[in-house]
Design a protein around this ligand. Sequence first.
Ligand SMILES: Nc1ncnc2c1ncn2[C@@H]1O[C@H](COP(=O)(O)OP(=O)(O)O)[C@@H](O)[C@H]1O
Ligand SMILES: [Mg+2]
Length: 407
Amino acid sequence: MSDQRPITILVISSYFKGEAFIEELKRQGARVLLLTEEKISGEPWPRGSIDEVFLMPDLTRHQDVTYAVSYLCRSQAIDQIIALDEFDVETAAALREHLRMPGMGITATRNFRDKLVMREKTHNAGILVPDFTQVLNYEKLHEFMNRVPAPWVLKPRAEASAMGIKKVHSQDELWNNVNHLGDRQSYFLLERYVPGDVFHVDSVTWDGKVAFANVSKYGRPPMNVYQEGGVFVTQNLSNNSEDAKALKKLNIQVIKALGLTSGAAHAEFIKGYDDGQFYFLEVAARVGGANISDLIERATGVNPWAEWAKIVVAETRGEVYQPAKPRQEYGGLIVCLARQEYPDLSGYSDSEIAWRMNKKQHAGIIVVSPEQQRVQELVDSYTQRFATDFLAVAPPKQSAADMHDSH
Ligand SMILES: Nc1ncnc2c1ncn2[C@@H]1O[C@H](COP(=O)(O)OP(=O)(O)O)[C@@H](O)[C@H]1O
Ligand SMILES: [Mg+2]
């Protein structure tokens, strides 16, 4: 440990998550300040690793947050501000710029928040993306729809929109949606719907180089799970598989094209059914949600939250980050919304079960084994059993919000 003055990290989160991040900051000897919202102050935050908690009613009120954190800085020497949740990324970026603190500012952050910017920059870097267009000029929209066959996906550039992602099948349907959006339409983009399997690469980057990456594949594409309901499944791949090798390379290219120099990233790709090619879908400059970090930790021994915390501390102290050494095991995560308030998982007793979810109205399990085949068997059988034992048929909006990245 360093003999410099203790560093102070302000962690901002409007959602309860990132316990492993906070705990690792403390283990590394940092002072940890947490800024969160009153309504989640009662969650089991790792209080023993937090020096002080600050509560506000609403972290989306940027002006109030700016005043509050500036006031805090009168008495606290804050070295870095870190956002745990997607919705706090912009808040943290604006604060860093205003308070003149290191890390990604507003423009840099935008590459990881705005799906249109992601499309433009990765496409310009030679990375394959679904054909896309900005929803702005009507002649260009016409031209796109005449050139690119339907269906298309109309999606918000950032998740700020309540309307969410829509699959659109005809020009009429598109214009109806665009008209309905009114003044909000410029906050959307339109792209080709690429049918395929969806993969995710969860990685940490230090000094412009990807230091750890884990490749996984969703059981069904997330859009199908949100919109049709059902059991959410993801499994990590063998590092030796062709898909994992190709996706690790692509992930490096994406991170370079969008300019992440240090921190965590969760990137998603579609492998087209028609051409077998990987299309870049999206990337966030944070740890993947929906318990993906728990899966990675059980399967590889490396928790991306903890690695990110080590990176933040090393960066702040001007030290060198020592990357973790992952092992290769296989893991599967199975989660669904449950009919029961506290679903009874006692009927699931295989020795490969490494984690059980403890959340109202949810059923969730992680299985881990050195044998990929065994994980596959368990995932297949548990997915079916979850569907009969627990699965709630919830209105799509609710399940989307709940299953996806915990919002
Ligand atoms: N162009 C596309 N082609 C096919 N499926 C898509 C496309 N864009 C999005 N999807 C589906 O919608 C889901 C959510 O889209 P994504 O861009 O990842 O937004 P977010 O995860 O922020 O809601 C994806 O996981 C995928 O299942
Ligand atoms: Mg996504």
